[in-house]
Design a protein around this ligand. Sequence first.
Ligand code: FAQ
Length: 316
Amino acid sequence: MPPEPTHDERLAEFEARIARGEKIEPGDWMPDRYRQQLIRMISQHAHSEIVGMLPEGAWIGHAPSLRRKLILIAKVQDEAGHGQYLYHAAESLGAERQDLIDALLSGKAKYSNIFNYPTLTWADVGMIGWLVDGAAIKNQTMLTGASYGPYSRAMVRICAEETFHYKQGKEMVSLYAQGTPRQRKMAQDALDRWWWPSLMMFGPPDDDSPNSAVLMRWGIKLRSNDTLRQEFIDEIVPELHAAGLRIPDTDLRYDTDSGHWRTGPIDWDEFWRVIQGGGPMNRERLRARREAHDDGLWVREAMAAYASRLAVTSDQ
Ligand code: FAQ
């Protein structure tokens, strides 16, 4: 019998598979650090989708037309589905769903900075679709190429759905930006409040990103935080200008030498404060999640009872 491969041999084979563009699947050998990093990132992503239902969900009862209401209900429901795929992907790495949920509800787990800001007007719903889904698509299109199979496949479906979200947001805000003075003001005010937090969604600058090196080494992240942020800025700035909106950055300029739009400095103190629980809506978001979790207890109990009944009858 050939000798068991050593850890170094396994690692070399694992890295060779990634270099060949093969996907790593749940039962395959993987370094513990790869598994832990994926659980961290995928679970934060899942929590973001679930908490991300709240800012827009609050407007379902106030939608200005039946059409807008149907679109918004479908969008919020999609985010719930994304959370489900992602929790499953984390479970395929050995994580327990209950532990992940407990970490979210106790405030221990992180989720995207962006969902700790309030949705003050209806235009915020459209701006989330345009900017937040737009930023999410930019990041997650990269992740369709991630080395872990279940995560990359979840991203393909999620990106397809996020593209609808982005389009409806852009359509809505563009309409208001060309509408009555009140609508124009509402659209501009939404951009003023969501612009900077959307740029922060891509994570801290590359020099302050402790996880990037290992994620890039093992083909989970294929491009850096700053690279994706710059790609997003280059795409979204002309779109916002074309809609007649003013970007709230007096330093914003087009650099003809590099062909990139350059923004003024991002307030990274605000970012760290928000992701450590000090944003305007962190407490409210967790309160709402805990309440929803408690209210859903009877559903979980009913499903568990149904499943055990099925198990008994299939034994007979
Ligand atoms: N928010 O070392 P890095 C959506 C944390 S989905 C909060 O650079 P990494 C859909 C980071 O966790 C939006 N925390 O981290 C939707 C780390 O802390 P830790 C979510 C952040 O992992 C739309 C520390 O800072 N998308 O919007 C953020 O290499 C509309 C150092 O950072 C994903 O999760 C942040 N923005 O890069 C839903 C995509 N950025 O864990 C509803 C997958 C960083 O060491 C409505 N995730 N941190 O304590 C990723 O691509 C990456 O994890 C990054 C961060 C890019 C988010």
